[in-house]
Each structure stands twice: as structure tokens, then as C-alpha cells.
Write a protein that binds this ligand. Structure first.
Ligand SMILES: [Zn+2]
Length: 370
């Protein structure tokens, strides 16, 4: 028993030390519980919410699905002012960097909120301000020939230099939005492409909205050359799954409820999949960890990367997702390393950054797998 615990501890530590690439992380869903509690307390004091009603669900580990939805609602209430958006962005980046995520794509839905004087643009400015105020780690926001990009990546473990993390932003179109609002988001992504915004995501409640509503905006993004990722098959909406596969975005999130024909099509298209194990099991997209479609896609050598989706909401971390793959499907350290390294090929950032990431994995590979 002791030996088993020791083995688990060693493996968990190894998964933290492993450099990782996070491609599917929603800003709001990645907020620290301690911050959420503090913000809820402030709102409670102002009389905007009843703090006692939400306290327990915030402090709970391993939430039920209805509790997750309650937290989702709370995120929307909590993130309506610029300072809060800046703060949570800063903390989310720090948290990912501390567990050795070396490249992070954060996705977020730019919001208009007239009452708070917030526009989609000012919301995004608050996010970018958050990235720039990170001090605990070094954040590299731009491609091109910025000098910061030339500095060597800090070595793993015991190094007193700051950890370094590349961060890029994806703008999410929420399924509740109109065609015009979705088009606004795509145009904003284009305007902000020199500020770290590199892609578009389609997300939100999967039973809300119609594919046809967002299609013009997604087509527009495609014409502009902006990479796209789409939440696909969270529910068994046959028409939409077919339409999404036909659209052939650069990446897909989740892909839970596909039928045989759709799996076949996905595999033939080789569209990389963002796998979110804990999220899928907790929200019912997969029946259990053991029966998660990761195994089938992995065995088929389909391109995929492990992701958290909402690390705060689902009480997980990217290191934990790697650990779950090892403990559930029996992957070796070498196989886990390969999985992390392969994700580099699916990032939306440019070739120069990809090269830097490839070099990093080459450098640490031997040390971690022998
Ligand atoms: Zn998601």
C-alpha cells in the first residue's frame, strides 16, 4: 500500500515536471477557487448576491453537474468589470506556468456590458493588461522577432530564474450570440492579431443556438486566415456534427457524441482533437474515464492533445489530466512525453514559436524519459 502511494506521488510529480501545451482552457472556468470565494464575498457585501448561497459550492471539490452550472452562472456575474478580468487573467497564467505549462492558449468570450461601460474591445484590453501584469513568471505574448522570444527557456526544477510561458488568446463566439455579434468577434480578433490573439472558438451551451447563425462569422474567419477551433459533439446533434466536420476547422474540442460514421469521417479528416477527460466525465459527455474515447483515438494514432477545459470548475490541472491518462490507460512516461510533445504541432501560433517549443521538448526529453 505504502509503495503504491509512493509510486502515485512520484508519477504525479513527474506529470507536473513534464512541459505541457494547453490548447483548450476557458478563462472564466480556470479561476482559482480562493479568488472566486473572495470575489463572491465582495459581491455579497454589496448585496449583488447572497454569499452564503454560493459559498459551499465554491469550496467544494468534485462538484456535481448542477453545481457546475451554478458556478458557471456565478462566473458571468463575477467577471463584469475590467479589474476583475485583469486579475483573473493574471492568476490563470501564473497557475498554468507554475505547473510547467510552457505554451497556453486561453479562450474567452469578449463581452459587451453597457452598464459597466464594457465593450468587447475594452474587455479584451483588460485581458491583455492581465497578461502584462504577470510578475511571477515571464509571459511571452508575441511572435515575430521580439527580443523576449530569444531568451532561453528556463530549465526545469530548482532553477531560480523565472519560468517562461508563451500565451496566446482565442476569442470565443458564444452560442447565444447573433450572427452580427459573432462577426464582431471575428473582426475584433483580426484587429488584435498583433496583440496575441490568434484564433476563434465556438463554444457555450451546446443545446442553445443553431449552426447557421455562426456559420457566416466562421466563414469570415476562414477567409481572413484566422485558425478556428469548435466545440463539437458535446450533445448528439447529428446535423451540427456533420456540418462541423464538413467545415473542417483546424481543431475540434471534445468530440464526445459521434456515431460510427462520424468517427470514421473525423479520423479520415485527421482534425486534431482537444481531449478534456475530467470535463467530459463530469458533464456526462463520456460515461467514465475508462470508457472515454481518448483510448480509441489514441490507439488509432489520431492527432490529439490533453486539455483541462475548465481547471477551476472541474477541480483539475493539466498535470492531473496527464496523470489520469497514465493511471487509467497505462501509458508509460515515454508515451506521455510523446503526447505532450505532439501537441506542439497543433498550436495556432506560427512556425517560429513551434520551432522554439520543439527545441524545448528535445532538450528536456532525455532527462524526463530515462
Ligand atoms: Zn470548452
Amino acid at each position: 500500500m505504502e509503495a503504491e502511494k509512493e509510486k502515485e506521488k512520484e508519477m504525479r510529480e513527474w506529470c507536473v515536471a513534464l512541459p505541457k501545451v494547453e490548447l483548450h482552457a476557458h478563462l472564466n472556468g480556470s479561476v482559482r477557487d480562493s479568488t472566486l470565494l473572495e470575489l463572491a464575498k465582495q459581491l455579497g457585501d454589496k448585496g449583488d448576491i447572497v454569499f452564503e448561497d454560493v459559498k459551499d459550492v465554491i469550496m467544494k471539490n468534485g462538484r456535481s453537474l448542477p453545481e457546475c452550472f451554478r458556478l458557471f452562472e456565478l462566473y458571468h456575474i463575477l467577471t463584469t468589470d475590467h479589474d476583475t478580468v485583469t486579475r483573473i487573467t493574471k492568476e490563470v497564467v501564473e497557475d498554468f506556468a507554475m505547473e510547467n505549462v510552457v505554451y497556453l492558449e486561453i479562450r474567452t468570450t469578449p463581452k459587451n456590458n453597457e452598464a459597466k461601460g464594457m465593450t468587447k474591445r475594452s474587455y479584451m484590453n483588460a485581458v491583455i493588461k492581465g497578461l502584462k501584469t504577470v510578475e511571477a513568471v515571464e509571459v511571452v505574448l508575441f511572435d515575430s522577432n521580439s527580443r523576449a522570444d530569444k531568451t532561453p527557456m528556463s530549465e526545469l526544477g530548482g532553477d531560480t530564474r523565472k519560468k517562461k510561458i508563451y500565451v496566446r488568446l482565442l476569442l470565443s463566439i458564444d452560442r447565444r450570440e447573433t450572427t452580427l455579434a459573432a462577426l464582431d468577434t471575428v473582426n475584433l480578433a483580426m484587429e488584435m492579431k498583433d496583440q496575441g490573439v490568434i484564433g476563434i472558438d465556438l463554444s457555450g451551451n451546446p443545446v442553445v443556438g443553431e449552426w447557421e447563425t455562426y456559420l457566416p462569422a466562421l466563414e469570415h474567419a476562414k477567409e481572413l486566415g484566422i485558425p478556428i477551433t469548435i466545440h463539437c459533439g458535446e450533445v448528439a446533434n447529428r446535423n451540427e456534427i456533420r456540418a462541423v466536420l464538413d467545415f473542417c476547422p483546424q481543431r475540434l474540442g471534445h468530440v464526445c457524441c459521434l456515431n460510427d460514421e462520424e468517427w470514421k469521417k473525423l479520423k479520415s479528416l485527421m482534425i486534431p482533437v482537444e481531449i478534456c477527460l475530467t470535463s467530459n466525465v463530469m458533464t456526462g459527455g463520456a460515461p467514465s474515464l475508462e470508457l472515454h474515447h481518448f483510448a480509441d483515438l489514441y490507439n488509432a494514432k489520431h492527432p490529439l492533445s490533453l486539455c483541462t477545459d475548465d481547471s477551476g470548475l472541474f477541480s483539475t490541472s493539466l498535470s492531473n489530466e496527464y496523470y489520469l491518462v497514465a493511471s487509467t490507460f497505462g501509458l508509460s512516461k515515454a508515451e506521455l512525453f510523446q503526447l505532450a510533445q505532439d501537441a506542439v504541432e497543433f498550436v495556432f501560433a506560427g512556425d517560429e514559436l513551434k520551432r522554439s517549443l520543439r527545441e524545448l521538448f528535445e532538450r528536456v526529453g532525455k532527462e524526463l524519459t530515462t
